[in-house]
Design a protein around this ligand. Structure first.
Ligand code: ATP
Ligand code: MG
Length: 381
């Protein structure tokens, strides 16, 4: 705010005084609005929001005190300078009560006027600085708390990830051991079992790295039309390996699906594979039955794309259900990082979608994803 650029409203019923004040204030570099009484002054105040008001205390129609009250009601921080005459002592005291910034006595001395206006201007500038300073401070506090959130989740992530990598290294070691001993014995079954263990561990590491990348860098979505068949074929291909060693029937139903899906294929694949991975884990975990079914359904319903993943695995209890989308929540000890569903939900949100879960312990779980048929790209949001 520059001292020279204030708009000042002058209110006086005497035209001569208005003129003198106008010339003096314009000489000081201010812009001036003129009103002959309080009523007209208020109209100008509402229309132009002047920074400072200078008003005669005694005027017809609406006097200075009433104007002061009205201005303070509209804008408590606007300085109002009162022009007083001899014998206005009572009114002067009253205007003090209602928050007048200063007083100038008639006949107006230009030096005193300048002093009063400069004082009001300094007050306004200090106030503005205070507002800016407070805003900056609030921003700083916000950034600091974001930073410490980041730091603590980084620490948590490093801990969890190293723990999991240790587990995966054990799997790699196991696979290597079985494959090597197969080689020594020239036993092809052992070799292939060892290689299977190795590729499972490699797959798991790949998925974890993908998740970490998705988590650490908020990638912008590249929403594009993807042929349904191709999308489903890619999911089947990715799941093939994970399903290979388990008696799980993976069914895909797309009868009511549109032929083209609008989504970011890489990230949506990652979200669905995370959910499907969990479904496989839940089936393997389920000790009540050997054979299981996982069903992926993609359909268009009520102008939405609805994707559901249903398993008849171990299910989960109510308490677990409330935590599954939390970052790092996992019930799988070394086998889980707790990234999967956190990332999946973020990806779905970036598609302006939502995800629901229904689960019954020892019965199974169904995740349902609702997506707009044509999500907005990041550029459009
Ligand atoms: N289909 C499901 N059936 C039963 N429990 C599930 C199912 N899906 C998720 N959960 C529960 O939600 C938790 C969190 O899942 P999430 O995918 O986020 O992590 P995770 O699978 O443990 O580890 P990660 O996916 O990072 O390897 C799981 O540990 C499990 O307890
Ligand atoms: Mg998971």
């Amino acid at each position: 705010m520059d001292r020279t650029s204030f708009t000042i409203l002058i209110v006086d019923d005497e035209e001569d005084i208005r003129e003198v004040l106008e010339i003096a204030l314009m000489d000081m570099g201010h812009q001036v609005l003129l009103a002959p009484d309080g009523k007209k002054a208020l109209e100008l105040f509402d229309a132009h929001h002047p920074s400072i008001v200078i008003t005669d205390i005694k005027m017809p129609v609406m006097g200075g005190i009433d104007l002061l009250k009205q201005v303070k009601r509209r804008s408590p921080d606007t300085p109002v300078i009162m022009i007083t005459g001899h014998g206005d002592m009572d009114l002067t005291i009253a205007s003090l009560k209602f928050g007048a910034a200063d007083f100038i006595t008639k006949p107006v001395n230009v030096d005193i006027l300048e002093l009063a206006v400069n004082k009001a201007a300094d007050h306004l500038i200090a106030q503005q600085k205070l507002v800016e300073y407070t805003q900056k401070l609030e921003l700083l506090v916000l950034e600091k708390s974001k930073l410490s959130d980041h730091l603590s989740s980084l620490g948590l992530m490093l801990g969890t990830v190293s723990h999991n990598i240790k587990g995966m290294l054990t799997n790699l070691d196991g696979g290597l051991y079985v494959a090597r001993s197969g080689l020594k014995k020239k036993d092809f079954d052992d070799i292939s079992e060892g290689l299977d263990l190795l590729s499972q561990a490699v797959e798991k590491i790949k998925q974890m790295i993908m998740d970490i990348l998705l988590y650490s860098k908020e990638r912008s979505m590249n929403i594009q039309p993807v042929p349904l068949d191709q999308f489903v074929a890619d999911i089947r291909e990715t799941m093939k390996m994970k399903l290979a060693s388990h008696p799980i029937d993976f069914q895909v139903a797309t009868d009511n699906a549109p032929a083209t899906l609008n989504l970011d294929p890489a990230s949506m694949m990652s979200a669905l594979v995370n959910i499907l991975d969990n479904a496989v884990d839940a089936c393997v975990e389920d000790k009540d039955q050997v054979d299981h079914v996982i069903c992926l359904t993609i359909e268009e319903k009520d102008d939405q794309l609805v994707i559901s993943i249903q398993d008849d695995g171990c299910g989960m209890d109510v308490e677990t259900k409330t935590k599954i989308f939390d970052l790092f929540f996992s019930s799988k000890q070394v086998k889980g990082t707790g990234f999967g569903l956190f990332i999946a939900r973020n990806i779905i949100a970036q598609h302006q979608g939502t995800i629901n879960v229904e689960s019954i312990k020892r019965r199974g779980t169904t995740f349902t994803i609702f997506l707009p048929l044509d999500p907005l790209s990041d550029q459009d949001v």
